[in-house]
Design a protein around this ligand. Structure first.
Ligand code: ADP
Ligand code: MG
Length: 223
């Protein structure tokens, strides 16, 4: 599903050129539950943003579902993102003045799905993550774990093939982290490929394969 060959990316330019990805080779099969581990500053978020077409890379090759992702313009990248990809972030990225069900339904609003239909789909997903009773609550009324479950439901509403999660448990206590990982594992069991970035060994151990990143290079592929 994903294949990277010698992907490189630097920030800055000239004397201030700062290489972050220094030749990444990796692949992920459809249906895998993979973690990317590495210390802070090793390039995990940069790599995930490249994988998610949120950021460009300087050189190398990235195939997503067999299609070359080089030199996409922003419109095409946005189309791929909304069609194939779901995102989960450490800080949840929910809209504070919208209820849980409105947050989950929002991606479908942008796809011009009628309100009734998108709300029905959002309710189904809230049910799946165990938050039916919280549908009309605002994020400010929910715990961190609940907010992350709303964010996971939102990531699913466009029926993505791949979910990219950047430190999804980074803001949660240990027990809540486990609950959120259980939800992500359930989602993966339904066939959605999942890549989870983490710096916590315990979280990585809950995935099927651990890719280790060190200073912008893959240290081990976990195979
Ligand atoms: P991680 O997620 O593993 O902590 P990042 O991918 O966020 O690492 O960052 C890797 C390195 O790149 C860090 O040294 C960081 O300071 C630098 N970096 C990240 N984003 C930018 C940016 N937009 N501009 C300049 N440097 C950046
Ligand atoms: Mg990061």
């Amino acid at each position: 599903m994903i294949k990277l060959a010698d992907v490189r990316k630097s920030y800055g330019s000239g004397k201030n050129l700062f290489p972050v990805l220094k030749g990444i080779d990796m692949d992920v099969e459809q249906g895998e539950l993979v973690s990317i581990m590495g210390s802070s500053g090793s390039g995990k978020s940069t790599l995930l943003n490249v994988l998610g077409l949120l950021d460009s890379y300087d050189s190398g090759k990235y195939l997503l579902g067999g299609t070359d992702m080089s030199n996409l313009n922003e419109t095409t990248a946005a189309q791929y993102r909304s069609k194939y990809l779901g995102f989960v972030f450490q800080s949840f990225n929910l809209i504070n003045f919208k209820s849980a069900v409105e947050n989950v339904a929002l991606p479908l609003y942008y796809q011009k799905v009628p309100r009734k239909e998108r709300n029905a789909m959002a309710m189904d997903l809230l049910d799946k993550v165990g938050l039916t009773d919280w549908a009309n609550h605002l994020p400010s009324e929910m715990s961190g774990g609940q907010k992350q479950r709303v964010a996971i439901a939102r990531s699913l509403i466009t029926k993505p093939r791949l979910i990219l999660a950047d430190e999804p448990t980074g803001a949660l206590d240990e027990q809540t982290s486990h609950e959120v990982m259980d939800v992500l594992k359930e989602v993966n069991k339904e066939g959605i490929t999942m890549i989870i970035v983490t710096h916590e060994n315990e979280i990585a151990a809950m995935t099927q394969r651990v890719i280790r990143l060190r200073d912008g290079l893959i240290e081990s592929t976990g195979r």
